[in-house]
Design a protein around this ligand. Structure first.
Ligand code: AMP
Ligand code: FE
Ligand code: FE
Ligand code: ZN
Length: 282
């Protein structure tokens, strides 16, 4: 089995890639995808580590999207990491995330002894910055005891410190991923704990644009949401995936707590563009 949604410290996971891959091997999984937010910087190391352990590596990414202010996450697999349009969007997103984090820290510093330098200490070099890094800094200064507590008490979208950031429209993101030869799968599509849900209209528009699958088996999708997604998948011939959204020690999600079968991974691969089929190195 495969875990198709994991994060390393190349974005907001707590582990270096090598440690994450060793853990995948220790669990006895067949393979995994690395899906850091808005970056493919961890791919080559992940491929090398996977080779060491005899694991099947599926290169991936989790794209931050915004549908008129509603946050949507799009997983994409096997895309060309050099595709100009997609790279430009990801660069824009990472930049927006950084300035947004700086502005959130400015607001927080009025009430907490928090500086941008302290937050930086928790960001791995070149990593995509997010609220988890601010959360880690809040733990370090003793304002909260865990990342999760920081999210619940200080960093929620309803808090006065919260600031949204620019992110690509999800329909445009699906188109870009397809243009880049990748396979787009909507992440945790029915997760009320993450704020407002993407509307049915947004999801249908993503399907029309070429969405390949939906991540049904994710701990944040409640049972009724999963049933809705399974019906949707059978009506629109979408692939169904399951994964952990593992972030190392930063979140309670356990590696391999949900998985995807090899047949589905083969179906994902069959939809990837020719840059992958020709065996181009990541
Ligand atoms: P941001 O993308 O900056 O708005 O931050 C949200 C991200 O934080 C999501 O990708 C979550 O998966 C991630 N995250 C990491 N650890 C936690 C946690 N303990 N609680 C909630 N979200 C978390
Ligand atoms: Fe995350
Ligand atoms: Fe996500
Ligand atoms: Zn994720």
């Amino acid at each position: 089995m495969y875990d198709l949604h994991t994060h390393s410290c190349t974005s907001d996971g707590t582990q270096p890639v090598a440690e994450l891959v060793a853990e995948v091997a220790a669990l006895g999984l067949t393979g995994f995808a690395l899906t850091d937010h808005d970056t493919t910087a961890g791919w080559s190391l992940a491929q090398a580590e996977a080779d060491k352990w005899g694991l099947d590596f599926v290169p991936g990414m989790e794209i931050s999207c915004s549908a008129q202010g509603v946050s949507v996450h799009l997983l994409c697999y096997l895309h060309d990491p050099h595709h100009e349009g997609l790279c430009a969007e990801m660069e824009r997103s990472r930049g927006a995330r950084r300035s947004r984090a700086q502005r959130m820290v400015e607001r927080l510093s009025e009430d907490y002894p928090l500086t941008w330098d302290t937050v930086q200490e928790h960001v791995h070099q070149g990593a995509t910055v997010g609220r988890p890094h601010i959360a880690d800094a809040l733990v370090a200064i003793g304002a909260v005891t865990t990342r999760t507590e920081a999210f619940q008490r200080v960093l929620t979208p309803s808090s006065p410190y919260y600031i949204p950031h620019y992110a690509v429209d999800p329909v445009e993101a699906v188109q870009l991923v397809r243009q880049a030869g990748g396979v787009p799968v909507m992440a945790h599509p029915r997760a009320p704990s993450r704020g407002r849900l993407a509307s049915d209209e947004t999801i249908y528009a993503m399907i029309d644009a070429g969405l390949a699958g939906v991540e049904v088996y994710h701990r944040d999708n409640p049972p009724e949401g999963r049933q809705w997604l399974l019906d949707l998948a059978s009506r629109h011939d979408l692939l169904v995936t399951g994964s952990s959204d593992y972030h190392g020690a930063g979140k309670p999600n356990l590696l391999g707590e949900n998985t995807t079968d090899p047949q589905t991974v083969a179906a994902l691969r069959a939809q990837a563009g020719s840059h992958q089929k020709l065996g181009e190195q990541v």
